[in-house]
Structure formats: structure tokens, C-alpha cells
Design a binder for this molecule. Sequence first.
Ligand code: C2E
Ligand code: CA
Ligand code: CA
Length: 442
Amino acid sequence: MASVGVILLGLDRFKVINESVGHAVGDRLLNAVGVRLANCLRPGDTVARFGGDEFGIILDPIADADEARRIAERIGSELRTPFPMSGREWFISASMGIALGQPGRATPDEMLREAEIAMVRAKAESSGRHILFEPSMSDHKIERIDLENDLRRAIGRDQLRLHYQPLVDLATDRIVGFEALVRWQHPTRGLVPPIDFIPLAEETGIIVPLGRWVLETACRQAVVWNDLRPDGPRLSMSVNLSAREFGQPDLIDQVDRLLIETGMDPTTLELEITESVMMDQSEVGVRALSRLRDMGVRVVLDDFGTGYSSLAYLKHLPLDTIKIDRSFVAGLDGDADRSIVGAVIALAHGLRIDVVAEGIETEAQFHLLREMGCDVGQGYLFARPLPAAEASRLLAPSRSSGATRAHVLAPAPGHPRERALADQLRPPSSRSMNRNRLMKSR
Ligand code: C2E
Ligand code: CA
Ligand code: CA
């Protein structure tokens, strides 16, 4: 059945060309693209520039999806031939979304919107592709909008929760702090893990009020725990900061105010920033980290090894701790990862930076890391992230001799797996000077 079709075409990375060589060259390139597109079309088809680097093509008539795909392929290959201009050759690729409609069924506006959804999908998958719109894509979009609206209200509706995962001194088996990890108690979706909403929060800016809530809640909890054990060593509280939170111009004032309001000892607060966020920082960002440290707050480089992994950078960054990513801990039974982890620990200690290993799941990993001199560990072997009440039960009354891991974990009924693990534990080994730096510093 003959129908009509729309292709929405977006040039990939065209902004880069415009920004690097100027709009005059960019405009000439766009004109040349328009000419090539017109060459690919049939007599009834129309092409129009939609502003920016997007073109809309109406295919009238179109027999079926295969025919539309063939035209999109022809356009793709036509654009792949480089464009000679201003004395050099320009390589261009385009992502295309295709929507088909029966005349009288979908309105032109609807078809364009569908083509746009497909084009966005095409761009996300890889450049230079074309994708045919399917109704399930639009369901996905609606779901995302629902999720975004729900998330905006989550704070006011008291649906956010913090879980706390203990950080354990590997030499003494004592809990030295907790990492606060956010969850969303959604009325119909259940407990939503951060991976399912932090990226959306970051993209939409919701992360700013959300992060403020996390920071305040975590600080208040740390004060409660430390007040309950006035004689014990101070527990630290680690809070994750995403790129956008870190980029707030008033972050330092916010943290300062919060520390005063909650009465939290600044030296017990640790802010975790991932390697890629930290490496992207301008001078201003690095200065912000230094100012936080001047206040006494500790700065942690999270997920170390997943980003640029530049060891040389370590000495230039104002850092107190690095957290070795759990992918390295998981790979510890292989020689390569073991050497990397060993080298990272040695280098960090040389720079007076503490090392935390995350994702410790097995006894073997625990023993290896302890032998390598890693200061602190975190992982399911010790405990999963827990609600505050359950995490409180891990905090045995402070003992001068130092609690064993079994002490740390014993008062947690309802966690048979961790209990079983705890039961297998041996008493802690003797302390080494190096491994105790982290405890002494608190
Ligand atoms: P992350 O900062 O690397 O946090 C550690 C993640 O590893 C947590 O996942 C934790 O539950 C998990 N984990 C801990 N021990 C083990 C283990 O032994 N094995 C394995 N396989 N996993 C372990 P979670 O809670 O799902 O958090 C995921 C990520 O979400 C965090 O990664 C962090 O990047 C982000 N996130 C969580 N809470 C916040 C927050 O309040 N603000 C921001 N900006 N990001 C957050
Ligand atoms: Ca973290
Ligand atoms: Ca991490």
C-alpha cells in the first residue's frame, strides 16, 4: 500500500566543525549536504533544512519500510564521500530516524515526532545509522517522562532512602566509617537502585536538590552515630557527588553551612568524586577541592582505574583517599590485576594517600588486599548497604582491644549470608604501621 514517509536526518558531531572552523565554513558545508540530499531523492520527494544541523525529507509516495531503508542507505553512502572545501576534505556522517504513515492516519506533526524519537535512538546507538520508528520507542519515552515527574516529587514525598555500607579497616577488622548510598522507594516500582535514576537526575538537574538531601541526611546520621560512641574513634561518612553536583558554584558554602547546622566534625566527612569527573575539572574545580580540604573535609577519588587511570595525575590532585574500582578487586586472582593493584597501593602510599578497595566479596580477596597493605575495604563480604537501623547494629560498643569482623557482623540477625561468612572468619592479624594510618587520622 502506498503511503508517505519522513526521514529526519541529523549530522553527527556537526557542532565540533562549527566551533573549530567557524560558521562560514559550517554553512557552506550544510548547503553542500542539502545538494547531495536532493540528488538522492525521487521526483515527488521534498527536502528541507530544519534549522541547526537537521534536515527533514518527505518521501511521497513510499511503498514500504524496505524502500524507505534503501533511500536512507543511499543518503548515508552519498554523505560518506568526503566534501572538498576550503582546501581540505571534510568527513561527515548522519543519523536518521524514519517514520511511515498512511495518508489520513498519522498527522505530519506526529510523523515528525516519531522520526525524531527514532533519530535520537539512532544517534545514541552509534553515529551514521538509520532506525525505523516503532511504537515501543514512544512508550519508552512516555515512561521516561513519568519517571522524571515522579522523581521530581520524590524528595517532597519522602520517598528517598539512604542505605549505609560499612568501610572496614583491613588490619583491625574495625568499622571506620560508612558510605551513604541512595535508593528510591517508589510507590509502584518498589525500591529503585541508584543506577536506574541517578543518570536521569543528573541529566535533568534533579540531582542538585536530591544530592543536597543525601548530604544532609548522611551528615545527620553520622552525627547520631558518633554521639552514641563518644569514646570510640570517629566514624567517617562518605557521600557521592556527581559531576553536576560538583560543578555547583556554591558547593563549598553549602557544605560549610551544613557542617555548622548539623554539628558535624568536618574531618569525618568524605566526598567521593569519580575519576572521570575529577579529571575533567578545570583549575576552578581543583581549587574547590583544595578549599574543601582546607575546611578539613576529605576528598576521595572513586572508581579508580575506570577512567583515565593516570597515575601521574595523582600527585597533582588534592586527594586524601583513592578507591580502587571493584573490577580490579574481582580480577585479583589474575596476575595482571594483582600487579596493578599492588602498584597503585604502593604509589598512593608514597604520596600519603589512603587506599580503599571496593567490592570485596571473598575471603581470598580480603586476605590478598590485606597482605598488599590496602588500608580499608568495602564489600558484600563485610555487609551490603543497609538501612540506618540495621547498620547501627553492626556498630558493636567500642572496645579498646579492637573488634573482630565477627563482632562487627554478629549482631545482624536476618542476614544469614553475612552471618555465615562472619562465622568463618579468623581473628584479625597483627597491625602494621602502614595499615593504621587511616584509623589514626580519624
Ligand atoms: P559507587 O559509588 O561505586 O558505590 C558502590 C556500589 O557498589 C554500590 O552500588 C554498592 O552497593 C555496590 N557494592 C558494594 N559492595 C559490593 C560488592 O561486594 N560487590 C558488588 N558487586 N557490588 C558492591 P549502588 O548502591 O547500587 O550504587 C551504585 C552507584 O550509584 C554508586 O556507585 C554511585 O556512583 C551512585 N550513587 C549511589 N548513591 C548516590 C548518591 O547519593 N549520589 C550520587 N551522586 N550517586 C550515588
Ligand atoms: Ca562511591
Ligand atoms: Ca565506586
